[in-house]
Design a protein around this ligand. Structure first.
Ligand code: NAI
Ligand code: MG
Length: 333
């Protein structure tokens, strides 16, 4: 059975790394049909919407979405809404999963194998802000429902890993919001007696992640903390050019590199495609094609070890050189 994939390249290097990922996915031999759709700031400038209705409809119909990156305007632009936040909400992609593994490159610390499970729908990212010019206020929404379901995802993931969950919050200061998140998560944990749960305040967690990242298995946390900690963790193993994430709900899945549109290098053909290629592997896992996903990951490890490497990893290869090396690795496997 063919899997239908909605492809949204987006802006900047999204248009370079997503075609690379599609090339690699095609080389696995898995039966995939790619359907392309527009989205992003460029789309907004052309059409007045960053996420046209047909893009959303296609994303809803397809078996999975492969998403590049979009550029956000730095100031407020009337009518612009971030398509990735919109897609996460419309497809109810409530869990953001960011695996972080040590990699065979100098820039990576050894011994790391952790997974950050970030709540993806609420917290400070509900964007309820107001300002009178002298004082600005942001509302932070935490619900029992969203806290419970993200903790369930974390515990399920821990079961297929090393059975350990670290609950990260700041309930000592944010007594109501993080207090509700913490209490709910600890209640959910009671249904998983085989999973060991402990907790850390987010500032301590940030420090421990730098000092002893190898001690973490699954980290579960609210939206903003998860955003920050997952980029920090990506930095421990070689940076944004290598980090992929899955956004999943009960019905849909969207897979993306963690990085943005990288305007500083866009259009030059030197973006590292590996983050997008690994996002493709996460998508194959979601589609039940884990054998092919493992083949991609093996080919990527081989390329990281032996080159070619793009400039962000100290090499001078181009996006296409790395992509072709991964494809050769798949063929030779
Ligand atoms: P960024 O991730 O685009 O770039 C940060 C730095 O990492 C830059 O120096 C860039 O050249 C480098 N980099 C990122 N990906 C790379 C890759 N694959 N290969 C080599 N180098 C890479 O983050 P930045 O600069 O903060 O944001 C740029 C734009 O992207 C902004 O408009 C931002 O809002 C947007 N953004 C979008 C995201 C998304 O669509 N999910 C996520 C993060 C940022
Ligand atoms: Mg981020």
């Amino acid at each position: 059975m063919s899997h239908r994939i909605c492809v949204i390249e987006g802006d900047g290097i999204g248009q370079e790394v997503i075609p690379a990922a599609v090339t690699v996915l095609q080389a696995t031999g898995v039966d995939l049909t790619f359907e392309h759709a527009e989205g992003g700031f460029g789309c907004f400038q052309r059409r007045g919407t960053a996420l046209p209705p047909e893009t959303l409809a296609l994303a809803q119909e397809c078996d999975a979405v492969l998403f590049g990156a979009t550029q956000s305007p730095s100031g407020k632009v009337d009518g612009y809404r971030s398509p990735i936040l919109e897609l996460r909400r419309e497809l109810d992609l409530y869990a953001n999963l960011r695996p972080v593994h040590s990699l065979p490159i100098l820039a990576s610390r050894p011994g790391i194998d952790l997974l950050i499970v970030r709540e993806n729908t609420e917290g400070l990212y509900v964007r309820r802000e107001c300002s009178d010019g002298e004082m600005a206020i942001a509302e932070r929404v935490i619900t029992r429902r969203a806290s419970a379901r993200i903790m369930r995802v974390a515990c399920e993931q821990a079961r297929s890993r090393r059975g350990h969950v670290t609950l990260v919050h700041k309930a000592n200061v944010l007594v109501e919001t993080d207090g509700l998140f913490r209490r709910t998560a600890l209640e959910v944990a009671e249904a998983y007696p085989d999973v060991q749960v402990d907790e850390l305040l987010v500032d301590t967690a940030a420090m421990r992640l730098v000092q002893s990242p190898e001690r973490f298995d699954v980290i579960v946390t609210t939206n903003l903390y998860g955003d920050i900690l997952s980029d920090e963790a990506a930095g421990l193993v070689g940076g944004l050019g290598l980090a992929a994430s899955a956004n999943v709900g009960d019905r849909h899945g969207l897979f993306e590199p963690v990085h943005g549109s990288a305007p500083d290098i866009a259009g030059r053909g030197i973006a590292n495609p590996i983050a997008a290629i690994l996002a493709g592997a996460l998508m194959l896992d979601f589609l039940g094609e884990s054998e092919a996903a493992d083949r991609i990951r093996a080919a990527v490890l081989d390329v990281l070890e032996h080159g070619p490497r793009t400039p962000d990893l100290g090499g001078n290869a181009r996006t296409i050189d790395v992509t072709q090396a991964v494809v050769r690795g798949l063929r030779d496997a």
